[in-house]
Design a binder for this molecule. Structure first.
Ligand SMILES: [Zn+2]
Length: 278
């Protein structure tokens, strides 16, 4: 079993399910996958918070971060530290203008231009029907100098994206056996990306870097992360050279206990506020 440290919650130990590739190497405390820790690693670089597990980042409430379909421990922590919009795609609720911080369609974002410092899309865009529109919308709503941290099913050795569905007409036409992922397995996978994704992003206006990321001490298995910046250039180290581990954060808070305390405190605070008014 591979041992290391979780860069989300700070836990040290042997990662679980190492056979799971980037969906494996689960943290024994917060259950984060290799993929989520890779995203967190680059988010730390982008926001100047590397060098500590996410749980210990000082954060900055003036930094606006948009994400779609975030799962697990790290959205809770990001919400503590940043002006964090954790959104889901729900066409009916979006059409109703319901909870604009909670529901969003990347193909047609309802946010004004230059709203966000960072957009995170981790294994979302293979499910976005008009992905080019989605990347344009991210570019529009990012501030100048802002960054998209992107993961998708991606094969850097392939020049062209494998299209699983023809979306040129109004109806989806399946080009191969339909593949579904996500909650309950209902989310259609439109494509497996090749390097033409990088061309598409550059055509949208981004400066683009492909970061082949592998950091054994953080349980991050080999995977592609794409860093796209609304600016003239993007500069990132391609490989992690440091052998040192992240500093400890003091006693580790078990993640489930953390959630329980956090939500109960919030609940108590609301009750007290309500009692104060009546
Ligand atoms: Zn963890």
């Amino acid at each position: 079993m591979p041992a290391g440290q979780c860069n989300i919650c700070g836990w040290r130990g042997e990662f679980l399910r190492p056979e799971g590739g980037r969906e494996g190497n689960l943290c024994g405390n917060c259950a984060s996958s290799s993929r989520l820790r890779a995203v967190t690693y680059w988010l730390g670089k982008v926001t100047g918070n590397d060098g500590l597990p996410l749980h210990g980042w000082p954060g900055n409430r003036s930094v606006a971060i948009l994400e779609s379909s975030a799962r697990g421990a790290y959205p809770v922590m990001l919400n503590d530290k940043f002006d964090y919009y954790a959104t889901e795609y729900d066409p009916e609720r979006i059409a109703a203008g319901d909870q604009p911080r909670t529901f969003a369609d990347f193909q047609k974002l309802h946010f004004t231009d230059s709203t966000f410092e960072v957009v995170i899309a981790s294994d979302v865009f293979e499910h976005v029907r008009d992905d080019a529109a989605g990347y344009r919308e991210i570019y529009r709503t990012l501030k100048t100098g802002g960054t998209l941290v992107l993961t998708v099913p991606y094969r850097h050795e392939e020049a062209a994206t494998l299209r699983r569905v023809d979306t040129s007409g109004s109806e989806d036409v399946f080009l191969m056996e339909p593949e579904y992922h996500g909650g309950g397995g209902h989310t259609l996978t439109y494509r497996t990306y090749g390097r033409d994704l990088l061309t598409l992003l550059r055509g949208t206006g981004f400066a683009v870097a492909h970061a082949m990321t592998e950091i054994p001490r953080l349980g991050i298995t080999t995977q592609s992360v794409i860093i796209a910046r609304k600016g003239d250039f993007v500069e990132i180290p391609q490989r992690e050279s440091g052998k040192d581990s992240l500093p400890a954060l003091g006693p580790l808070i078990p993640y489930r206990l953390y959630l329980l305390l956090k939500y109960n405190f919030a609940g108590f605070a609301r009750i007290l506020k309500h009692l104060g008014r009546s």
